[in-house]
Design a protein around this ligand. Structure first.
Ligand code: SAH
Length: 347
């Protein structure tokens, strides 16, 4: 799809045209990745962060949250729970926390692998090539690092560099690929200052970089951030951070990257707690990430406010996902749910 066609779709409000878009995305999803919805158990292992991201509540200047880092034993317990609940993957996510050392994390990865055999996905920010290499050797399979926006000027504004170091997430994504990771990325939708054109560019970038896993979700303002005051920027080409816009991006991402693994995100479920997850799965997505973080930590991992599923325990979250998937006539995936070969399937 051409850039201009994608941009036109992003601006479309006509319900009949959108109904066609949803159907095409759902057909493409079925044809390329099937009816199975893969479950990835999310463990939020640390909320310490050195960054000052203008969108994220974990930014280092936020003194209103208490900080935690889970122990190796606690993380392994969560991974065992993932296995018991039948998930194929555990996702270990955190702030960019250098208290998570290269060697400690390698131990965690080895322990999780030895104990559970699950696929391990990491999402720990912009670590050095050496860290990423050691973690890959320790058994990590995948890495998630959203580039957040392909608009370089906007990116630099919302994601300040650390002193003396540039922030080049595109370069890290290439390194991850070189090291043999399955590579995940994505963007937020409706960041103040984000234009329709740049959001269309984001989707083209997913395709050009052949990203394996693509997470897209609405930007949700957090009061303890620098961007919070900029909600009504009034810019004429401003993308709204709405549920509808999120479905458009999901559907267009599926059409442009037919074999990618695409989650129906918690940020989307936060905007529509009743059936946002299901609608995401019916408009392009094929993955959900139930939360396994122990409840006492979960409330401290507030990247944005009023997150869905904040008070449920792991079992409740898993059961809820199971019935939501069944209710829309889909099945729960088995095995690790790695990306299939991107070549066209035989009809
Ligand atoms: N420290 C890791 C993980 C960050 S949390 C990293 O930087 O990669 C994962 C994702 O949550 C981020 O990449 C971002 O896209 C999303 N996120 C953060 N703050 C958000 C907000 N206020 N609204 C919506 N999504 C947000």
């Amino acid at each position: 799809m051409e850039l201009t066609a994608i941009e036109k779709w992003l601006r479309t409000e006509d319900p009949q045209a959108l109904a066609m878009l949803w159907k095409e995305a759902d057909d493409t999803r079925k044809k390329f990745v099937g009816d199975a919805v893969h479950l990835r158990g999310l463990v939020e292992i640390s909320n310490y962060c050195v960054r000052r991201c203008g969108y994220c509540g974990l930014n280092v200047t936020n003194r209103a949250i208490s900080r935690y880092r889970m122990s190796l034993e606690e993380i392994v317990e969560c991974a065992k729970m993932a296995r018991e609940l039948g998930y194929g993957t555990v996702v270990l996510q955190g702030g960019e926390d250098y208290g998570i050392t290269r060697d400690w994390m390698a131990d965690v990865i080895r322990s999780v692998k030895e104990t559970t055999g699950l696929a391990v996905t990491l999402s720990l920010g912009e670590r050095s090539r050496e860290d990423l290499n050691v973690w890959r050797q320790a058994g990590a399979d995948r890495y998630l690092l959203r580039f957040e926006t392909s608009d370089q000027t906007l990116y630099e504004k919302i994601h300040p560099s650390l002193r003396g170091r540039s922030s080049d997430r595109m370069e890290i994504l290439r390194q991850l690929r070189d090291l043999g990771y399955e590579v995940g990325s994505g963007v937020m939708i409706g960041i103040p200052g984000q234009t329709y054109r740049s959001l269309a560019e984001d989707i083209v970038t997913f395709r050009e970089m052949d990203i394996d896993m693509i997470g897209v979700g609405p930007y949700i303002p957090h009061p303890e951030t620098s961007l919070a005051s900029e909600q009504d920027s009034g810019m004429p080409d401003q993308v709204p951070n709405t549920e509808l816009m999120t479905y458009k991006v999901l559907a267009l991402t599926r059409l442009n990257c037919p074999s990618a693994n695409i989650p129906s995100t918690t940020a989307l479920a936060t905007l529509n707690k009743a059936n946002g997850r299901e609608l995401g799965l019916q408009r392009g997505a094929n993955i959900v990430m139930p939360n396994l973080t122990p409840t006492q930590y979960r409330i401290c991992y507030e990247i944005y406010p009023a997150k869905a599923c904040i008070t449920e325990n792991a079992e409740a979250c898993g059961a809820c996902m199971g019935w939501r998937i069944a209710a829309i006539g889909r099945t729960v995936g088995t095995g690790p749910g790695s990306r299939k070969s991107p070549s066209l399937p035989k009809n």
